[in-house]
Ligand binder design. Structure first.
Ligand code: 1D1
Length: 308
């Protein structure tokens, strides 16, 4: 490809001019780049804004896939929930527009993908790394909860990393807005990955369901697999309702204690987000304020004075 707009061929490499996307609401032209993956109805691509030469991530949903009104409503709800959120650890919503064939959701690019990819390379992470990621996750969840939003699908695949290794909370496809204090949601339309017992049992759920997921995420990062994973969904759901999980001996007491608190079967007995950050696990261990990108593929060596 020729060097268009002085971008340099290193960036141009993923884009060709056979897929031009035009947003007439902002008179912006994009080039569609490489496929990043699929999420629900959407096919996700890297896209290049030709007006600014900036790269974004685009969720492109064919209108044939959302022909039924409730399917279109679901997309519009996701956009409604995400568009007003502005926080360092929540994926930035850039724009939403349509053309005759597709609906487009333009989002911040997170070039280092998700913690799923990190764990694929690393198997499991060191405690300092888990503190680093969890602190940012909790900050992002604190922000959305303060905006009366429950994410309801916190999982490694929705914890994305930008080029600077900042964690960004993604995918509000199962999220919901709490309309009044004390409101309990009775259903989720979709299947959360780290689903809390009260959601499974349809006993009414709220913000505490996200705390349960934080506990599952912490376990998965330290152990390399989720706490309730089995070969069948039915068996996994049985273990969740029975609160049946165990720790490998490799985990420290502080880590086990915090996970246990987050995975309490009684939602109101789980810690608040502020209490998680004040927990012994965070306070009595090294919390790096930055992480090298090499941590995506290789175990870091922290200065020995910061043992664990
Ligand atoms: C667009 C959907 C989703 C997402 O929400 N964002 C913000 C995102 C950003 N950059 C990326 C990205 C990956 C590699 C470079 N950028 N990916 C994102 N994803 C992925 C795409 C496939 C599954 C989830």
């Amino acid at each position: 490809t020729s060097d268009v707009n002085g971008l340099g061929t290193d960036i141009q490499q993923h884009f060709d001019n056979t897929h031009i996307i035009y947003d007439n609401s902002t008179d912006t032209t994009f080039l569609r780049g490489r496929l990043l993956g699929k999420g629900g109805f959407a096919r996700c691509y890297e896209i290049l804004n030709l007006n600014t030469n900036k790269i974004y991530a685009g969720k492109i949903i064919s209108k044939t896939r959302i022909s039924k009104p409730h399917q279109k409503q679901k997309i519009l709800r996701e956009v409604q929930l995400q568009k007003n959120l502005k926080h360092r650890h929540v994926v930035e919503f850039i724009n939403y527009f349509e053309d005759d064939s597709n609906v487009y959701i333009i989002l911040e690019n997170c070039s280092r993908k998700s913690l799923v990819h990190v764990l694929k390379h690393r198997k499991y992470l060191t405690e300092p790394e888990v503190r680093y990621y969890l602190r940012q996750l909790v900050a992002g969840v604190e922000y959305i909860h303060s905006n009366q939003i429950i994410h309801r699908d916190l999982k490694l695949g929705n914890m994305l990393l930008n080029n600077e290794m900042d964690l960004k909370l993604a995918d509000f496809g199962l999220a919901t807005k709490v309309d009044f204090a004390g409101e309990k949601k009775m259903t989720v339309c979709g299947t959360p990955n780290y689903i809390a017992p009260e959601v499974l049992q349809k006993k009414g759920h709220s913000f505490e369901a996200d705390i349960w997921a934080v506990g599952c995420i912490m376990y998965a990062l330290l152990v390399g697999r989720p706490p309730f994973e089995t070969t069948t969904l039915k068996e996994t759901y049985l273990r969740i309702t029975e609160n049946n999980y165990s720790f490998p001996s490799s985990l420290t007491t502080a880590a086990k204690n915090l996970i246990r608190k987050c995975l309490h079967p009684e939602p109101t007995s789980r810690p608040l987000l502020q209490e998680i950050l004040a927990d012994e696990f965070f306070v009595c261990g090294y919390l790096p304020h930055s992480l090298s990108p090499t941590c995506c593929t290789a175990m870091p060596k922290f200065p020995s004075r910061y043992a664990s």
